[in-house]
Design a binder for this molecule. Structure first.
Ligand SMILES: *Cc1c(COP(=O)(O)O)cnc(C)c1O
Length: 461
């Protein structure tokens, strides 16, 4: 296959994609297959001789889509969304064609400069102060790891990156139990250690208690630990919890600790000014992560980390070997020094296309609809017999359950086996609960109304 063949087959792929998206509502949302079925339909050995693309394409159509869970399905209400607005798919096609490396400015100047401008656009869109700059990562997990590595180095006076961790003071990190497991992973990978991630108590509304944070830091100081930083949650993955950002930042700052805020999901909603009270005080954070690939509509992967001062993170993660030097151009930004990997995709292009093709008003209208329709779905479920709402909607996420865990789990299984809608579970205060989130880019009010219909259909076995 050469580039002339690619011209033909990309058109074919574009047609396939349009038909795929047009037909999504007729497919089951979750793959109905049994484990191993897809693997069993592939040959066990790689081909020695080239095969015609027509054959490969045909096998793709036969084997792959039926084995997929359809994240762009308008009745996908599981996990959190991983959206791909058409304009962002188009941008990704162009990026694929150029297949550039944006590790330093001169390896792809436009990739670096569009990224810088998009960080500014998003900062404006979210109402963050002008003092924030930032960078793109693949995922929130990597951004949180970067922030925690930076906290470690700030606490160690940047000695960890030189001397290693042996003989250093024992560091402590603070987060509530509602924060995402990526914070646990960051504690593990940074060498701080899971046992030194203090899970600070939450109050009745699942927000980290500033008093408990203060007490935890004081206890640790008295015991000879060295606190390194606080990770706050703005829209937890389980049930959408929000910490009291302003009060917790005040506690952290009184001890000179840096604060990273995880708003991976809920950050997108902050393009709507009326939701910003949920993260009141955000301007005091040192680092904020949000994923435009979740609710905003940018194709996966795309995570934005806003930074009050990139200096400490660049000092922690940045390296400039001689083969990456850009002679005499000290004013330029080399984004690889801000992030873990050296190689970087051109992720900013899809943000540019997304924001221009829909406008902030178009994106706000979608998010507002999702919140309203989730509230409607919550009321429709509340009216069903034997079912209770366990956590009320936070933005577009709520949870419900039947009387006992076994019945709830069986209900979820029946709903997902049918495939009309797709929901997933979490544990809340020890209880098995079903999560409902509304956020798929193309979903309509009637798609969301299918939630209550499906639950009702399967309420009794
Ligand atoms: C999804 C999510 C993450 C992890 O995001 P990735 O980009 O997949 O690493 C972290 N925190 C929260 C609150 C999330 O919702």
């Amino acid at each position: 296959m050469d580039h002339e063949d690619l011209r033909h087959w990309s058109k074919r792929a574009a047609d396939w994609a349009a038909d795929y998206h047009a037909g999504l509502r007729d497919r089951p949302v979750r793959a109905p297959l049994v484990p191993g079925a897809v693997a069993a339909s592939l040959p066990t050995q790689p081909p020695e001789a080239p095969e015609p693309i027509a054959q490969i394409f045909e096998d793709f159509e036969r084997i792959v889509p039926p084995g997929m869970t359809h994240w762009q399905h308008p009745r996908f209400f599981a996990y959190f969304p991983a959206n791909a607005a058409p304009a962002s798919i188009l941008a990704e096609q162009l990026v694929n064609a150029m297949a550039c490396q944006g590790m330093i400015w001169q390896t792809s100047p436009a990739a670096t400069e569009v990224e810088q401008v998009m960080i500014t656009w998003l900062r404006e869109a979210l109402g963050l102060p002008e003092s924030f700059t930032g960078t793109l990562h693949d995922s929130a997990t990597t951004a949180t790891l970067s922030a925690v590595l930076t906290m470690r180095e700030q606490a160690l006076g940047f000695e960890g990156i030189l001397k290693g961790l042996s003989g250093q003071p024992r560091l402590r990190l603070y987060a509530s139990a509602e924060t995402h497991s990526s914070v646990d992973k960051a504690a593990q990978l940074s060498g701080i250690g899971q046992e030194n991630l203090v899970k600070v108590a939450t109050d009745d509304s699942l927000s980290m208690s500033p008093q408990a944070l203060e007490a935890a830091i004081k206890t640790d100081l008295a015991a000879g630990y060295r606190p390194a930083g606080v990770v706050l949650c703005a829209g937890g993955t389980s049930v959408g919890a929000f910490d009291r950002i302003k009060d917790c930042i005040a506690v952290a700052k009184s001890h000179g600790l840096p604060v990273h805020v995880d708003a991976a999901w809920a950050g997108s909603a902050m393009i709507c000014p009326e939701y910003r009270a949920l993260w009141d005080g955000i301007e005091g954070a040192d680092s904020v992560i949000f994923n435009p690939h979740k609710w905003l509509g940018a194709q996966f992967d795309c995570a934005v980390q806003f930074l009050r001062d990139p200096g400490p993170q660049v000092r922690t993660l940045g390296l400039r070997p001689s083969y990456l030097e850009t002679a005499g151009r000290e004013e330029i930004v080399n984004f690889n020094e801000w992030t873990v990997p050296l190689g970087r995709r051109f992720r900013a292009l899809k943000i540019w296309f997304l924001l221009r093709a829909y406008g902030l008003e178009g994106l706000r209208a979608r998010i507002r609809n999702h919140v309203t329709w989730a509230e409607e779905a919550c009321e429709a479920l509340r009216a069903l017999p034997g079912l209770s709402i366990v956590t009320e909607p936070r933005l577009s996420l709520f949870t419900f359950a039947l009387k006992d865990d076994i019945a709830t789990e069986a209900l979820l299984q029946r709903i997902n086996d049918e495939g009309r809608i797709y929901l997933t579970q979490t544990r809340h205060k020890g209880r098995f609960v079903i999560r409902v989130q509304v956020g798929q880019f193309d979903c309509s009010q009637s798609d969301v109304q299918e939630i209550a219909l499906a639950v009702q259909r399967h309420l009794t076995p």
